[in-house]
Write a protein that binds this ligand. Sequence first.
Ligand SMILES: NC(=O)c1ccc[n+]([C@@H]2O[C@H](COP(=O)([O-])OP(=O)(O)OC[C@H]3O[C@@H](n4cnc5c(N)ncnc54)[C@H](OP(=O)(O)O)[C@@H]3O)[C@@H](O)[C@H]2O)c1
Length: 332
Amino acid sequence: MTTYKAINLIKRPEPGPVTADIFDVVEKELPKAGSGEILIKQTQMSLDPAMFGWMSPDTESYIPPVELGSVMRSSGVGKVIESNHPDFNEGDRVMGMMGWQEYALSNGQGINKVQADVPDETVLSVFALPGLTATQGLFNVGKPKNGETLVVTGAAGSVGSIVGQLAKAEGLKVIGVVGSDEKANWIVNELGFDGAINYKTSDLRDQLIKLTPEGIDLYFENTGGPIQNLVVERMNAHGRVVVCGMIADYDKEVPSPGPSWIPVIKKRLTIQGFTMPDHFEEIPSLLSKLTPYVMSGKIKYRSHILEGLESAIEGLNLFFTGENKGKLIVKL
Ligand SMILES: NC(=O)c1ccc[n+]([C@@H]2O[C@H](COP(=O)([O-])OP(=O)(O)OC[C@H]3O[C@@H](n4cnc5c(N)ncnc54)[C@H](OP(=O)(O)O)[C@@H]3O)[C@@H](O)[C@H]2O)c1
């Protein structure tokens, strides 16, 4: 009997770091693809901060929680090793929701063929969730204009680093907020951001004023945290705030209070949240917007690769410590 490993979610996480006891590593018998099904050998899987929401019991969110006792939800890249599905052939390279498991049986729903001849890391770091989120959030929500000033938080992360580079390519002035000097150097010296602020240093207000002498037109929010109030205070009239993520609050029992709404009135700000599952139908058009920037070398990225299925469990905590340098990926 051929077996493979999978990881089930068996408890909801408590506030604070993720602990291994909420997961169960199980050994399963390798299934056969039935009629209309494909069997995929997953090669790399993506870890994403969204997983904290998916593990929580919240049924009011944009996607139902992962059911206890079932395989932890995640996206990944893999190869079709058996197909009884008219749209897939053995050997096809595919991406989609496959879960924390070495093999995935699927009816093809939510699984797409990978057309581009690029490494798995590039697929997951650029063309999958990070690049799609950056493209949707920046262009369709933020509506950037040449000459404007953008502040992006989580700026060395997988979404934030692409947001900043796309905005630079569109002629904006781009300031990134990060949690270490190493990340600050990377976004300025390697990615070409105009400035960086390490939110773990003091005098955040002074740094922000110095780096945004003409105020802020566009705020791409990935994290929350102490910089948020300061940025909202410095927004220009008719500024836009794109609310993509609030990782500073994901492990907290009580989220931090938000900024005052008074500047929202005075500056006539637009604040808009978005989540990618609403836009999965638009993936082809998002990819056609993103791809030329990537192909012309305007988008650099780095991937942080962990080895082996079980490394996903501890890996989740790297998001909170900021030890992930780039897109977190588990190689299987
Ligand atoms: N709306 C959507 O559809 C959508 C889709 C994808 C992602 N997102 C959101 O976008 C955000 C970024 O996701 P990502 O995949 O690109 O992750 P990421 O930025 O690659 O990794 C998360 C980063 O957040 C930073 N961070 C952790 N705790 C923080 C805190 N208390 N204050 C400030 N920064 C903190 C850390 O970087 P530092 O070292 O800089 O602190 C960490 O490396 C997340 O909030 C995620 O939930 C939303």
